[in-house]
Design a protein around this ligand. Structure first.
Ligand code: FAD
Ligand code: MG
Length: 347
């Protein structure tokens, strides 16, 4: 019921268009909305229906409101964070348990460069608040002692995650002041849900969905042409550095220092933090784009690689069988061989 109400509201609110393709009755539905603090855009090709667009937008909001948000009390992450310091184990839903199991692996494999329990540190910096206009006035970078204090409460180990074991459900027991922040994988997770949804609707022949800097391609275009996904130029983000040519089933995410940042005294403070230093990551990169076979991985790996830098980042994506494109501070582009085959630089 909740979903249908949201669908109705969104129908009124979102930009929408309906086009007849003239390709065997396939119709094109396009839409845009905001969720997870960013813009969602989608195009769906379907033989019937027409509600897919609204269903997809509702799925993203549902994931945010029921599971991932660290601000909305309706969300499990927010509720779990509230138990910090109580000493009691909070049982997790299967959905959040599955997400944390995958995050735990990525945290280990990235040697902590990606950390889903960096909440105390991200809240201290609150770059999203400053960059998004929620915080006003003059930005001041936090004091080093406050950064050290936030770091002392951060880190996945402080959540004490137990995966499910036999009859026992997964649970966490966050230490005092610890907090989950799944901002680095939320958009990718939304795309994973969307792909599952699309697979259940046999009338959908193709789709492309972007949630901020994360994109999913699905199926085929009516004319059989491949999907084209732009890679933003960090120096001038409204322009593309180049374009990726992709089949359906690709997940592409980009993390960059140009996405959310604030400046003080000529220094750019961006939103991807290095758990090793407590400061915005400074690994010599401007952006990392990762192509993987799940949204969680493409999103999580792009964040991890941005923190790790070129060499270690490259090792990590290779280990996961993913493809990556790194843009360095001087504008140089470095790619995995698989990415090179898909990328064409804008002339
Ligand atoms: P990514 O590189 O994918 O992720 C960066 C984000 O991950 C940071 O913003 C931080 O939250 C976290 N992070 C930073 N460093 C690390 C690290 N080393 N390891 C792990 N995580 C790290 N934005 C708003 O302005 N207002 C909102 O109300 C809002 N609500 C949101 C709700 C949800 C459910 C989600 C998923 C996002 C929301 N956002 C909101 C956006 C969010 O705050 C981040 O800005 C966004 O997720 C960053 O995504 P990215 O792809 O740009 O960067
Ligand atoms: Mg990410």
């Amino acid at each position: 019921m909740k979903r249908f109400f949201r669908v109705f509201v969104r129908l009124l609110g979102c930009a929408q268009a309906l086009l007849l393709c003239g390709c065997g009755g396939t119709r094109e539905f396009t839409g845009a909305d905001t969720a997870m603090g960013t813009v969602v855009r989608l195009t769906v090709f379907a033989e019937e229906g027409g509600t897919q667009k609204e269903e997809i937008l509702a799925l993203i909001k549902e994931l945010e409101e029921d599971t991932l948000s660290w601000r909305l009390e309706t969300a499990e992450v927010c509720r779990v964070n509230r138990t910090a310091g109580s000493g009691e184990r909070a049982e997790l839903s299967d959905a959040l348990a599955g997400i944390l199991e995958q995050c735990a692996e990525l945290t280990k494999d990235s040697e902590g460069a990606f950390d889903p329990a960096l909440g105390p540190l991200t809240q201290l910096w609150d770059i999203d608040g400053w960059a998004g206009g929620r915080r006003t006035g003059a930005f001041r970078a936090p004091e080093e002692r406050d950064i050290a204090e936030a770091l002392s409460r951060s880190g996945f180990a402080r959540i004490h995650f137990k995966p499910p074991f036999g009859e026992e459900p997964a649970s966490v027991c966050p230490e005092e002041g610890a907090a989950l922040d799944l901002g680095a994988v939320g958009k990718g997770l939304a795309l994973d849900r969307i792909r599952e949804y699309l697979e259940t609707d046999k009338t959908v022949t193709g789709a492309v969905v972007s949630v901020g800097g994360s994109v999913l391609t699905y199926g085929k275009k009516p004319d059989g042409a491949p999907w084209k996904v732009g890679v933003a130029d960090p120096e001038n983000p409204s322009e593309n550095l180049g374009v990726l040519t992709l089949d359906g089933g690709a997940f592409v995410s980009t993390s960059g220092d140009y996405e959310r940042f604030v400046e003080e005294g000529g220094v750019r403070y961006h939103h991807i933090l290095d758990p090793g230093t407590g400061f915005p990551a400074d690994s010599g990169l401007r952006s990392v784009t990762v192509l993987a076979d799940s949204g969680l991985l493409s999103d999580g790996l792009s964040t991890a690689c941005f923190v790790l830098g070129r060499e270690k980042g490259m090792e990590l994506v290779e280990r996961y069988g993913a493809e990556a494109l790194f843009v360095e501070q001087d504008g140089a582009i470095l790619m995995t061989p698989g990415m090179k085959a898909l990328f064409r630089k804008t002339q």
